[in-house]
Design a protein around this ligand. Structure first.
Ligand SMILES: Cc1cc2nc3c(=O)[nH]c(=O)nc-3n(C[C@H](O)[C@H](O)[C@H](O)COP(=O)(O)O)c2cc1C
Length: 256
């Protein structure tokens, strides 16, 4: 049974969808840049999302960027109070002080997603998946009636952000003909992209940059910087691709 309802076909209210499917931006665009690495200026994924934003800003000088680094945000624990707040939030019951505090923080984080016209997300591979702090953010903001609906049987998306770009960085290389085939070893991209579609992002583009560790790192990062600059220009106006059947199969991705 497919529990995910069809995604809405309309673009966000700040975009106009032309007859040929291309997006026309009608007002300053708000980019939510999510960083999942704690490595600051040493981080490959942050360097690449920075390069993406710089190229994007060349094309759209009026863009505003909200940077959300999951390590710097001091995200609340998803603990007993958070879980009680979650259940009370859905039920509309009164919360105590601790629950109210975490619920307010959750709502503030969700608001940053709701404001975003575009999302850019940098994700390092950690143990073939992604850093746990990113999962903490996902657990915090994935709230019923905020980012998705659930009627007891079907889930539906609530975010109207039409497009996201995900840049993955990986120390090693993943190919089916190597000892690390992605079919077994890649637990990074499938969940991140599933989740973005699940909350409502219709068009998720992805670039996986491999060999970011060791001898090949410099060449790999050089090629990646060029690639992200080109992708950033396309990201603005390229037609949004709508999936006709399963929203979960929609994926435009490349690996370097
Ligand atoms: C805790 C940890 C686990 C890692 N696990 C993997 C892994 O499973 N596979 C891989 O290819 N690289 C792995 N790496 C390497 C990183 O994915 C790689 O260095 C990446 O470029 C880091 O991104 P960043 O510089 O933005 O933090 C790991 C690095 C760390 C710190």
């Amino acid at each position: 049974m497919n529990l995910v309802t069809q995604l809405p076909r309309h673009p966000s209210r700040r975009d106009i969808l032309n007859d040929n499917g291309s997006l026309e931006i009608v007002s300053p665009i708000r980019l939510l840049k999510i960083e999942a690495s704690p490595r600051g200026s040493k981080s490959n994924s942050i360097a690449l999302t920075d390069a993406f934003v710089t190229a994007y800003r060349d094309a759209v000088p009026s863009v505003t960027v909200d940077v959300m680094n999951v390590w710097d945000e001091r995200l609340p624990e998803f603990d007993n109070a958070a879980i009680d707040a979650k259940y009370k939030g859905v039920a509309g019951s009164a919360m105590n002080e601790a629950e109210t505090a975490v619920w307010d923080r959750i709502q503030a984080l969700v608001a940053r997603f709701k404001r975003a016209d575009r999302i850019v997300l940098g994700v390092p591979m950690w143990n073939f998946a992604y850093p746990y702090k990113l999962k903490q953010l996902i657990d915090l903001v994935s709230q019923r009636n905020m980012l998705f609906t659930f009627d007891g049987e079907r889930f539906g998306p609530l975010l109207q952000t039409p497009r996201a770009m995900v840049i993955y960085t990986r120390g090693q290389e993943y190919r089916e003909d190597l000892p690390t085939p992605p079919s077994r070893f890649d637990h990074q991209s499938s969940y991140v992209e599933f989740w973005l579609h699940f909350i409502g992002v219709q068009d998720v583009r992805a670039l996986a940059v491999e060999n970011t560790w060791g001898d090949k790192a410099e060449a790999s990062m050089r090629a990646a910087r060029e690639k992200v600059a080109a992708l950033a220009k396309d990201f603005l106006t390229m037609p949004v691709k709508h999936s006709t059947n399963s929203p979960l199969t929609l994926r435009e991705s490349e690996t370097i």
